[in-house]
Design a protein around this ligand. Structure first.
Ligand code: 5GP
Ligand code: ZN
Length: 109
């Protein structure tokens, strides 16, 4: 999609070192990390919002890539957070999942 920063990254118009990529999914570090590990896990296809994600194969693939990134970054026992902004809370309208860690336990309310 024109003017989409993640589509431009996918197309190589903005240079980026990918942590992982395959035919459906790409992963690179957030430009403004809030934790030592802060990755963006992104479907290559321009899907604008979580509610538009309707492909079970892609959902499964995203889940498996998240698991792989958790393991490769040794976050299994150090705490992690998986985050997704949508419905207008997102800054970039191309679906992306944040993986952040290490992360302490969130205080109970
Ligand atoms: P959102 O609020 O849409 O969930 O998060 C967008 C994220 O994309 C932010 O955490 C922001 O730091 C990150 N971001 C914005 N522009 C770029 C960029 O050009 N490259 C990378 N790697 N991350 C970006
Ligand atoms: Zn896009």
């Amino acid at each position: 999609m024109k003017d989409c920063i993640f589509c431009k990254i996918r197309e190589g118009k903005i240079s980026k070192i990918f942590i992982y990529q395959d035919e459906d999914v790409m992963v690179f570090p957030d430009i403004n990390p809030v934790k030592p590990v802060h990755l963006l896990i992104i479907p290559r296809k321009h899907i604008k919002d979580f509610l538009d994600l309707d492909n079970a194969n892609l959902e499964n693939k995203l889940k498996n890539v998240i698991k792989k990134m958790i393991k490769e970054n040794n976050l299994e026992n150090k705490g992690y957070r998986i985050g997704l902004n949508g419905g207008g809370a997102q800054a970039i309208n191309h679906l992306h999942i944040h993986l952040m860690g290490p992360m302490g336990k969130k205080a109970a309310l």
